[in-house]
Design a protein around this ligand. Structure first.
Ligand code: GDP
Length: 535
């Protein structure tokens, strides 16, 4: 590929390349098989030679997406980046989402950068807590969802029951594209509901190669599988009668969800998922700015930062800003404008990052994710553009549920302390709140999950050379308030008013009863739930 030579050509290639792109993330509960599926998808697209090389959990080969000691020890994935690969004529961008429950805030930010999500469900466990939480974020953002029922090779729930569970818990109408032949644990393959054919499941040892799927006609399937096939056919007919057929408009509108049955560990159903993404998932479209005006794909380059990360590599203390391209063509080396500061930003060091693997990116298009190195001025939610200015909506954060006062262990390290806290705030590792309550001006750290505190403590000590100690505060609930309400909130017991770095005032409560009591006593007081708390 060569750089576009004229603005007209750049606009045309931005539109054409965007049409080929599918940018998505997998939402699931830990252990549902997200890492296994990621490996299988990459394998299927033949990015890597053998399954096992993408994700490095404890005891497994490869450490591509694990970077911090802590992360390695725990076998969880804290970082987020994107894996790009070609499939058919399409370019797939799979954005990595942190799996641990405490990192849902990070995951939320990743979900601002995708056009679709794959909801991965363990056949035995059904819809689990974190899946539901992430589903709520997708629903709120109107992201279309493809559902994959995984681990069908193991005993699990009944397929029709799982469909009922999806309807009841998510409100989405499941429209299975494939239907399992054989109950969970007796996986013979799937019935392709559109063609009526049988995709026979063939096991491979350890799932190390692409599972050969044998395609058989309905007659052949009847001869081979007998009653098991006939039952699948019967159930598939029942689905048709109840209107559970795929409808593109209702899928894109977040009303229905296509469903596939899979065994990620054996690579079965993975090709069908890729085909579904290419055939049905939406390509990047023009993105609305903060005022709601859509900037078309053909407009000059624009992007927003959805994640900032530093300390990825002990040898290179760099700070990476991940941007999602929204319009135009990105050419490495171009100088763009950083919207918040109006200052130029040179993109000399642009990379594609997946875990430790980095590749230089020369050209990128709407839907793509690029990691910008040495991006010290860039913060989460910032917009970048060339020529025509644009401000994309701010990236909202989850309502924090845990709070702690942070102090430097060594007062002589005040400078390092301040720098570190500022950095963690701008990366969104923790939210840093200002409070007048403590005379020494110590900030309050707020997080969704307590593990974010551990990451902050670890990084303050090892990266910023400013060891800290945290004093946990008894609050569990934050509500948005305003200046007029502050005296009433502050006068009430068990509460505290703090300020976010964007100036927003938050009232902290020990629990919902403390909140209710205050609301009952003063009906005019302003107390609004934060975005994620409404979900
Ligand atoms: P994650 O936490 O969602 O990333 O889950 P992993 O991909 O690490 O998978 C959790 C466990 O489930 C691992 O032991 C996998 O080998 C296993 N697993 C994943 N997919 C399947 C599957 O389709 N069938 C079976 N039997 N096990 C699976």
């Amino acid at each position: 590929m060569t750089a576009a030579s004229s603005p007209g050509e750049a606009a045309r290639s931005a539109v054409a390349e965007a049409a080929r792109r599918r940018t998505f993330a997998v939402i699931s509960h830990p252990d549902a098989g997200k890492s296994t599926l990621t490996e299988a998808l990459a394998l299927h697209a033949r990015v890597i030679g053998q399954a096992g090389a993408v994700h490095g959990k404890a005891g497994r080969r490869g450490t591509v997406s694990d970077w911090m000691d802590m992360e390695r020890d725990r076998g969880i994935s804290i970082t987020s980046a994107a894996l790009q690969f070609g499939y058919r004529d399409a370019v797939i961008n799979l954005l990595d989402t942190p799996g641990h429950a405490d990192f849902s805030e990070d995951t939320y930010r990743v979900l601002t950068a995708v056009d679709a999500a794959v909801m991965l469900v363990d056949a035995a466990k059904g819809l689990e807590a974190q899946t539901m939480k992430l589903f709520a974020v997708c629903k709120h953002r109107g992201i279309p969802i493809v559902t994959v029922i995984n681990k069908w090779d193991r005993p699990g729930k009944d397929a029709l029951e799982l469909m009922d569970e999806i309807t009841e818990r998510t409100g989405l109408t499941p429209t299975p594209l494939t239907w399992p032949v054989g109950i969970a644990g007796d996986f013979r393959g799937v019935l392709d509901r559109r063609s009526g054919d049988f995709r026979r499941f063939t096991r491979t040892a350890g799932g190390a190669t692409i599972a050969p799927e044998e395609l058989l006609s309905a007659e052949e399937a009847t001869a081979r599988e007998g009653d098991v096939w006939l039952q699948a056919q019967e159930e598939a007919e029942l689905l048709t009668e109840t209107g559970a057929d795929h409808d593109q408009e209702s899928f894109l509108g977040g009303v229905s969800t296509p469903v596939l049955f899979a065994s990620a560990v054996s690579n079965f159903g993975v090709g069908a998922l890729l085909d579904t993404l290419v055939d049905l998932a939406p390509a990047p479209a023009g993105r609305p700015d903060a005022e709601g005006a859509v900037r078309g794909l053909a407009a000059p380059f624009s992007a927003f930062v959805f994640k900032v990360q530093s300390g990825m590599d002990a040898a290179h203390r760099d700070r990476l800003a991940y941007i999602r391209i929204c319009s135009g063509v990105f050419e490495r080396g171009m100088v763009v404008t950083h919207g918040r500061t109006r200052r130029p930003f040179a993109t000399k060091y642009a990379q594609q990052v997946f875990g430790r693997d980095r590749e230089v990116v020369d050209l990128a298009y709407p839907g793509d994710v690029v990691g910008l190195v040495n991006a010290n001025a860039l913060g989460v939610g910032d917009s970048l553009y060339s020529e025509k200015p644009v401000t994309y909506p701010p990236v909202t954060t989850f309502a924090p549920e845990h709070f702690a006062v942070v102090r430097s262990k060594d007062t002589a390290k005040h400078k390092q302390f301040r720098k570190g806290i500022e950095q963690l705030d701008s990366e969104g590792v923790v939210q840093v709140l200002r409070s007048d309550r403590r005379g020494d001006g110590s900030p309050v750290l707020a997080v969704v999950g307590p593990m974010q505190f551990e990451v902050a403590t670890h990084r303050m000590e090892h990266e910023f050379n400013a060891a800290v100690h945290l004093d946990r505060l008894p609050y569990s609930l934050a509500m948005r308030t305003d200046a007029e309400s502050v005296p009433l909130v502050s006068a009430s017991g068990g509460t505290e008013v703090v300020q976010r770095s964007n100036g927003e005032l938050l009232a902290l409560f020990t629990d919902k009863w403390a909140l209710r009591m205050l609301q009952q006593r003063h009906s005019t007081i302003t107390l609004e739930p934060l975005v994620a708390a409404q979900l």
